[in-house]
Ligand binder design. Structure first.
Ligand SMILES: NC(=O)c1ccc[n+]([C@@H]2O[C@H](COP(=O)([O-])OP(=O)(O)OC[C@H]3O[C@@H](n4cnc5c(N)ncnc54)[C@H](OP(=O)(O)O)[C@@H]3O)[C@@H](O)[C@H]2O)c1
Length: 267
């Protein structure tokens, strides 16, 4: 199925990965509805894209923001071909140091918002061709120290994806989950970058994630995907022998703790 002329709703369009997805899909002729909170950043993305695309400045963690997104889709007068739930936030910190507001924001943005937005958008998706791609993370399959809330949110998004796929299994709509590994975007602060460098973790350019999204949208049967090796192997090992990954991460724990953000008021 070609992407030319497809109508695609993309959240988090102004971020590192969202921008790369928007550029890739617009270059293939898709018509995009770009969602994010900061209007100037959305305009900045829209202005570099070929074609005509809509922007919807909206906080999808609020009911009013999600309603604004639905109204913008309705105004276009035709069904959506795809929803890409990509908006997300992350905070690298040990649990005792985590601000409750950061914990709530990660659950609201990464779990509650995509579930409620998907519920709102489902009747607006094409009955036959409609696709939903949820952008998760390798941390949605491997619990990692310093990211307990973020991991919880992405594990939840993965469970939501799997359950919804099965719920829609007697129809033609498709739902799948993409798990990028570390990717070079503003989501990761300098502490995450320093930790990744110290541990030798690979960090992908956002274009790699965008290419995976395109491949998923083009595949006749869309399947869950994880990006990167050895991350794909670790995900499988963790699913079957979590104690092995417990041991491997235990060896890295001192290094991880060195980089995790301290409590806001600590000396
Ligand atoms: N970067 C990585 O290492 C990595 C790895 C694996 C998975 N991921 C996942 O990839 C996705 C995109 O992340 P990224 O790296 O591109 O992050 P990013 O550069 O920080 O971009 C995040 C995007 O989400 C939007 N956003 C955040 N909260 C929002 C809200 N309440 N309402 C509407 N929009 C909101 C941001 O725009 P505004 O701030 O203007 O709202 C921005 O467009 C996320 O789901 C992330 O978890 C990232």
């Amino acid at each position: 199925m070609a992407l030319g002329g497809q109508l695609i709703l993309l959240t988090g369009a102004s971020g590192g990965i969202g921008r790369a997805i928007a550029q890739r899909l617009a270059a293939r002729g898709a018509q995009l509805v770009l969602v994010g909170r900061a209007v100037d950043r959305l305009e900045g993305v829209r202005d570099i894209l070929p074609g005509n695309h809509g922007i919807v400045p909206a906080d999808i963690a609020t009911a009013a923001g999600r309603a604004r997104v639905a109204a913008a889709v309705d105004a276009l007068g035709r069904p959506l071909d795809a929803l890409i739930n990509n908006a997300g936030v992350s905070r690298f910190t040990l649990l005792p140091d985590a601000a409750p507001a950061d914990i709530e924001a990660q659950i609201a943005t990464n779990v509650t918002a995509p579930i409620l937005l998907t519920q709102l958008v489902l009747p607006r998706l094409h009955r036959v061709n409609g696709r939903i791609v949820n952008i998760g993370s390798s941390f949605g399959g491997i619990g990692h120290p310093g990211f307990s809330t973020y991991c919880a949110s992405k594990f939840a998004l993965r469970g939501f994806t799997e359950a919804l796929r099965r719920e829609l299994g007697d129809g033609a709509m498709q739902v799948a989950y993409l798990a990028p590994r570390a990717t070079r975007t503003p989501l990761n602060d300098s502490a995450v970058d320093a930790m990744n460098a110290a541990l030798g973790n690979a960090v992908d350019p956002p274009e790699r994630v965008a290419a995976a999204v395109e491949a998923m949208l083009l595949a006749p049967v869309m399947r869950d995907r994880a990006i990167g090796w050895p991350e794909r192997l670790f995900l499988r090992i963790n699913a079957v022998f979590p104690a092995l990954v417990d041991g491997a991460l235990r060896k890295r724990l001192a290094a991880i703790k060195r980089f995790a953000a301290p409590a806001p008021n600590s000396p």
